[in-house]
Design a protein around this ligand. Structure first.
Ligand SMILES: [Zn+2]
Length: 486
């Protein structure tokens, strides 16, 4: 009797233990971010909370204590959605590392687009720190149809017959078909570097917007021209792409309004405001630097560039050596088939300071090695505009880096709705940073210096930066693809 009572008790205790165990494991999270200042630009949440992550998602946000297999103390730190960079060219691991230290959890090649979507996605599968994706490249499709396909890894053509010539109607159809095939391979929209292919007529541009519109995808564009000289001003260029968006219905994202519109940047933004007030879906972005950078043998430097940009040879600087160019040196490099990046000092700090806080402007880096924007864009905005100049609140700055680009991404894929939010159910792409110390350290002399102040970075719930140090061999980044990919 006593023995059997004992056995009963044991069974009862074991059952209770199992029940409690089940209850505990249901409440236990993979990672808990404890006691940080949790900020979500969509709901306006800005409070000390604990964040429980499970299976790559944000499972719980609570004022109560949460149990986690790993608990990260975030007291005094900001817990924000990871930054989404819509405009990142350099996609190698070295660049992904500096992006991560700058708070970026998703970096997409949307401006120009990779020259081969399937190859791009395949090359990154399983070894990407952060999420990646691309648009379908009009420039590359055009080069292919003109019989001068871009070399592996390059995204811009050398200025020449193929970039200057108008396409025939038959060639335009083939370019459109290539874009459709790229969308079927997973591209997130159409990328158009119109200034790199000045031979593209207004009608060709509209025909490419038509492809985006038929697939209900956006067009990202580096516009046809820069500066004030008419015809061919930045204002005319904005009119061209807003016109194409109005005619076709494709959503339009104008990249780096700063480096295209220069002294007329605020005017360009007012044109975008006008288009939006008339119901058009037009958005824009900028990076916080006075210099641009591009390939010196590209069509950007076709005759007339000095008048257009209002600069001279000496305002062009080679990033690796700091050499200011002369007429002779420029001509040598412009005619070379070897691609050489060149910094273009064409903007003023005053203009950049006026653009970055504008509520319509998202932050995007146009990241490339050799320019400090690759490594420092996001930290620089937080340091200079939020902390020093105080022309942006922290929440407004985070909105420009998280929610706004996520909403842009929603034009391409429902995955966008899971990004850029610090909310239950959203993807656990999170940056934890010190708002008092976050700073860029990259300079024109040392463009790849990583930013400081990001203490933790999580991608799909995996810790990538741990207490300020990058973990080796962690590759949680995934492809973000458009609706065309089966
Ligand atoms: Zn560009």
């Amino acid at each position: 009797m006593i023995a059997s009572f004992g056995a009963l008790m044991r069974t009862f205790l074991i059952c209770s233990f199992l029940l409690v165990g089940t209850f505990l494991s249901a409440q236990q999270f993979d990672v808990v971010l404890e006691g940080g200042r949790v900020m979500d630009p969509e709901t306006g949440l800005d409070a000390v909370r604990n964040v429980g992550l499970r299976d790559g998602k944000i499972a719980k946000i609570s004022a109560s204590t949460l149990e986690g297999r790993r608990v990260i103390r975030a007291t005094g730190l900001v817990v924000s959605p990871g930054f989404i960079d819509l405009h990142q060219h350099a996609q190698d691991l070295a660049s992904q590392r500096v992006k991560a230290f700058d708070g970026v959890t998703t970096a997409l090649e949307m401006e120009i687009g990779a020259s081969d979507t399937a190859q791009f996605l395949k090359s990154k599968e399983g070894h990407s720190l952060i999420h990646y994706g691309t648009t379908a490249s009009h420039v590359a499709a055009r080069a292919l149809v003109f019989g001068e396909p871009l070399q592996d890894g390059t995204i811009l053509p050398k200025s020449g017959k193929a970039t200057e010539a108008a396409a025939t109607p038959e060639q335009i159809e083939r370019i459109q078909q290539r874009l459709r095939d790229e969308i079927d391979a997973g591209a997130l929209g159409v990328g158009m570097g119109i200034q790199y292919v000045p031979g593209a007529t207004r009608l060709e541009v509209i025909d490419m917007f038509r492809v985006a519109a038929e697939r209900k995808l956006p067009v990202y564009t580096h516009m046809r021209s820069a500066g004030r000289v008419e015809p061919g001003s930045a204002i005319e260029s904005v009119e061209e792409v807003i016109g194409a968006a109005a005619i076709t219905g494709a959503p339009l994202h104008i990249v780096h309004i700063n480096s295209t519109c220069l002294r007329d940047s605020l005017e360009c933004i007012s044109l975008i405001e006008g288009a939006r007030a008339r119901g058009l879906d037009v958005t824009t972005e900028a990076y916080p630097y006075i210099a641009g950078m591009t390939a010196i043998n590209s069509a950007v430097f076709n005759p007339g560039w000095r008048e257009k940009l209002g600069i001279d040879y000496g305002d062009l600087v080679l990033p690796d050596t700091g050499e200011h160019l002369t007429k002779e040196r420029f001509e040598e490099l412009h005619s070379s088939s070897k691609q050489q990046w060149v910094l273009i000092f064409a903007n003023t700090q005053q203009i950049v300071d006026a653009i970055i806080p504008n509520p319509l402007v998202m932050i995007a880096s146009d990241g490339l090695e050799s320019h400090p924007r690759n490594a420092g864009t996001y930290s620089r905005v937080l340091a200079q505009y939020v902390r020093d100049k105080k022309t942006l609140t922290l929440m407004e700055a985070l909105r420009k880096m998280t929610l706004m680009p996520a909403q842009m991404l929603e034009r391409s894929t429902p995955v966008g709705r899971q990004k850029g939010r610090l909310q239950e159910g959203a993807d656990a792409d999170i940056v934890v940073f010190d708002p008092l110390t976050i700073s860029d350290r990259s300079t024109f002399a040392k463009p790849m210096e990583p930013s400081v102040g990001v203490k933790y970075l999580l991608v799909r719930g995996s810790v990538v930066i741990d207490d300020g140090k990058m973990l080796p061999e962690v590759f949680p980044g995934r492809a973000i693809v458009g609706p065309g990919k089966k």
